[in-house]
Design a protein around this ligand. Sequence first.
Ligand SMILES: Nc1ncnc2c1ncn2[C@@H]1O[C@H](COP(=O)(O)OP(=O)(O)OP(=O)(O)O)[C@@H](O)[C@H]1O
Ligand SMILES: [Mg+2]
Length: 238
Amino acid sequence: MSATRGSDGESAKKAVLSLDKVSKTYGEHNVEALKSVSLDIPEGSFACLMGQSGCGKSTLLNLIAGLDKPGAGRILFDGQDLSGLSDESMTKLRAGKIGFVFQFFNLLSTLTVKENVELPLELNSSMGKAAREKLVIETLERVGMGARLNFYPAQLSGGEMQRVAIARAIIHKPRLLVADEPTGNLDSQNGESVLALLKELNRDHGQTIVMATHSSEAASHCDFVIHMKDGSIVNIDE
Ligand SMILES: Nc1ncnc2c1ncn2[C@@H]1O[C@H](COP(=O)(O)OP(=O)(O)OP(=O)(O)O)[C@@H](O)[C@H]1O
Ligand SMILES: [Mg+2]
């Protein structure tokens, strides 16, 4: 199934991500979490995954972010087949091209806002200290957190923590931003501001985003909604 009806036509945007009959079964309890899922995500789109708890949203996001491997099928990311990559190459690709935002933020509590956001650069880039610092501050300003550089996560609201987590996920300018229920742990006001930020990143910076959500309000910000049920895609609404 394609995320855009015209994806086979000449005017279709290039798919940054293509899944071809991807399946995933979790070993111990033999749960078929994904059943032969095929999907194209066009470059620059804001896609949303919806469906009941347990339908396979997080499983799908983990596979496309390279955090886990499919049991069968192919995942092409930026023209590269993920299933053929070693763990080391996968880690490298993820560090360069993919950002992940989690429901529970996953910030390191002993590091400040600035240090949390700088971490991916320290691990993966040859940038000098001054250039890193400049990029960290610019990115935090872009997500509206320029006034909280030296705060610790415990000193922030949930919405602010998620903004910092988004800054950390986009600091290396990833081709793809994956967000698993980024507003799931936020009140409605904080949720709205995080959604507005994601929307802005997509609209003004062309950031491709795939987001899982339970909220139809969140889904209304997306270009298309992929509805899942029992490990399959049942419909795509544009
Ligand atoms: N590590 C695991 N081992 C065994 N089964 C798992 C594992 N992770 C997920 N599952 C099962 O796979 C199915 C899909 O789980 P998944 O986390 O992808 O659902 P989800 O759509 O993200 O749900 P939610 O909306 O609650 O986050 C579920 O039935 C779940 O129990
Ligand atoms: Mg989930």
